[in-house]
Design a protein around this ligand. Sequence first.
Ligand code: MLT
Ligand code: ZN
Length: 460
Amino acid sequence: MQKSDILKNLQEIAGNERVSASSAELYCYSCDASQVRGMPDFIVRPVSTEQVSKIVRLANEEEIPVTSRGAGTGMAGGAVPLEGGIVLDMSSMNRILEMDLGNLQVTIEPGIIQEKLNEALEPYGFFFPPDPGSSAMCTLGGLIANNGSGMRSVKYGTTKTYVLGLEVVMADGTVVNTGSKVTKSVAGYSLNDLFIGSEGTLGVITKATLKVRALPKERSVLLASFDDPEHAGQAVVKVLSSGLIPSACEILDRNIIEAINTYDPNIGLPKAGAILMFEVDGTENSVREGIEMIRGICSSLATSIRAASDKKERDEIWAARRLVGAAVSRLDPLRTRVYLGEDIGVPIKELPGMLHKIREISEEFDLPIMTYGHIGDGNLHTGMCIDMLDDKQWDKLSKVADKIHRTAIGIGGTVTAEHGVGSARAEYLELELGNALDVMILIKKALDPKGILNPGKMGV
Ligand code: MLT
Ligand code: ZN
């Protein structure tokens, strides 16, 4: 079929106003928050599963790539149409279809923003825990497709913990439903888990039933300062081994503290080599006890410890923490944050060693590395900024990212704990997964024999 005929067909399926092939719009959909770029041929904004199914069926018949996209906040190129074709912008399918709170669950369309779901749940005393830095922008479909997580996963787990069921459009346009409304079922393969984190390479998620949790009554934040990140890492190992599970456990290194204080001088985080931000939630008593326990455990390693004085201060600290990824660019107007090598995960007891190694790599290559992230999950974000127009700096950054990735894999870790593989990290999957990657490739071939779904991603 000619390009003009494909355009006509897409317009017939979704309506003229929901399809575009204008270069200005195509350009807007050629990137996400990473450095990966790829120009689509068509943008379609479907409003129903039926439309998605028809579009994917057409794409399969014509062998046109289909890349589904939420808000484009991804950091690994997952939503970038590397091989052109159709970008399915799912953000118009953004309704909450059912609030079944008696059963602790909601059914949603994939385009709803994470924060909007929580705003709708709050009056009823519930929340959806996965809480990435981009909660105010990212879609739940994107979170499911990437098994996203964020600040609370140390206690509440990642998105997959909350997925009860999915409606998925398969590569040939067939619509399947996986999972169910029950919290336990062993009927068949765990197909939810196949699609969660598959980054749009196995199907297009058009609906999801998600578990929600009751909002905790109390929350309190403790800030512990350390001479260096390694001591902070040791404190985390001690706290987590004590059996206490904080509702958040974040690290900020010296540069990140400066970035936050520059972004919002009112926050005035203590100057230190590193800070751990612990949050404990629960009942009034359990929170008080938890905070005191952490204070006691950290006291031999920390240089100072203080609790956030009130809810206002706590909320300000969290708001600033969410913006850290972008705020680091404020430190030097000539350099830009590049998302490469920024999302490793390591086993908990390897944290002090990994933090030490990051410092060594930074010194070896003479490139500042700003470390922050969900240290309670073993997940470290190693932020780097360069002059994007300088090839030598690009080269240096790629070498640093490569060394960080290989070091993490070498100690039993992962190249991506939450940001996703996309195309930015696909080259490491063989090293990290071994012949499990062959199984992934077999699954991909079985479910998408023509390879139309998000081609060029995840090493499949
Ligand atoms: C975060 O933890 O802030 C997010 O993963 C996003 C980022 O690193 O910028
Ligand atoms: Zn993160």
